[in-house]
Design a protein around this ligand. Structure first.
Ligand code: ADP
Length: 282
């Protein structure tokens, strides 16, 4: 049976002034899922993350992390279960070497020096920044700075990792590096939530996608099924990746499946439509 990582039940959140930011949110996220959280600006994504992290308390309903109600956990206990990578990782960097940066969190957990060191080595290794251990974090490339922040989160050994717009401001190589790490985290058994406006990235990496619109869940399902509903996505001004849109337009003309998420799948779908038997299941 699948283990539950996060359970959100009947969650409402109102900001002062009666601004309703979340309405009746019900989500169960299972261990080792990669979930894309999408929606236009103001949809409620940040408010939802802050409720997960215990930075905001639900106005109504409850959030449980690994079976424990977040209202019973303090911020440090929540941080041990969930790591958070901010939209601008530079705001999470402050130490004068990469090694000290990554050691900071574990040192505050009151671990022995040997345990701190072992976590630092493991985290640096996981994202390939060991060679930068003596470097000043802010002097590294943007992609490497993001890696250092992810290492500092990993050193806390959280099961759940939440990334807010991890590729914003990254060049192509930086994006690839960050997403390669996300894949690696998934392989290691972590649960990963990615908030992003970058639909091709959702299509490629998230197995499940949750769409928020005006504080409510508009769609929640496999990424393939979610992107197959362009008429609903429109309500929150989301368009599927270009390759999916192309397939959706060609569906009637060529009889190809519209549930295409990548260029490779498009090739397979066209081959199938023209009668080739070189097709994988979709
Ligand atoms: P997103 O992250 O999807 O852009 P947010 O969670 O930031 O959405 O915002 C959801 C809603 O809550 C919006 O209507 C926004 O204006 C409102 N909101 C966000 N932060 C505050 C705040 N501190 N005070 C009042 N309203 C807020």
């Amino acid at each position: 049976m699948k283990e539950v990582a996060i359970k959100i039940e009947n969650l409402d959140y109102c900001y002062p002034g009666n601004v309703v930011a979340l309405k009746n949110i019900n989500i169960t996220i299972y261990k080792n899922e990669i979930v894309g959280l999408i929606g236009q600006n103001g949809a409620g994504k940040t408010t939802l993350l802050k409720n997960l992290l215990g930075l905001l308390k639900p106005t109504k309903g409850k959030v449980s992390i690994e079976g424990t109600d977040t209202s019973k956990l303090n911020v440090a206990q929540l941080a041990a279960r969930q790591g958070f990578v901010l939209q601008n990782p530079d705001r999470q960097l402050f130490a004068d070497t990469v090694e000290k940066e990554i050691a900071f969190g574990p040192q505050n957990l009151g671990l022995t020096e040997a345990e701190v060191q072992s976590r630092v080595e493991e985290a640096m290794e996981a994202v390939s920044v060991t060679k930068f251990r003596e470097e000043y974090p802010l002097s590294l490339s943007k992609g490497d700075r993001a890696k250092v922040v992810i290492a500092s989160v990993l050193a806390m050994k959280p099961q759940i990792i939440i990334l807010d717009e991890p590729t914003t401001g990254q060049d192509y190589l930086g994006c690839l590096q960050v997403m390669q790490i996300v894949k690696e985290l998934h392989k290691r058994g972590h649960t990963v939530i990615i908030v992003t406006h970058h639909m091709p990235l959702v299509a490629e990496y998230a197995e499940r996608t949750i769409v928020l619109c005006k504080g409510e869940i508009l769609l929640d399902g496999s990424t393939r099924e979610v992107f197959a509903r362009p008429e609903i996505l429109e309500k929150t001004f989301i368009t599927p990746p270009q390759i999916t849109q192309l397939a959706q337009r060609l569906e009637k003309k060529m009889g190809i499946t519209s549930k295409v998420l990548s260029v490779e799948e498009m090739g397979e779908a066209i081959l199938y439509a023209i009668g080739s038997d070189r097709i994988k299941d979709m």
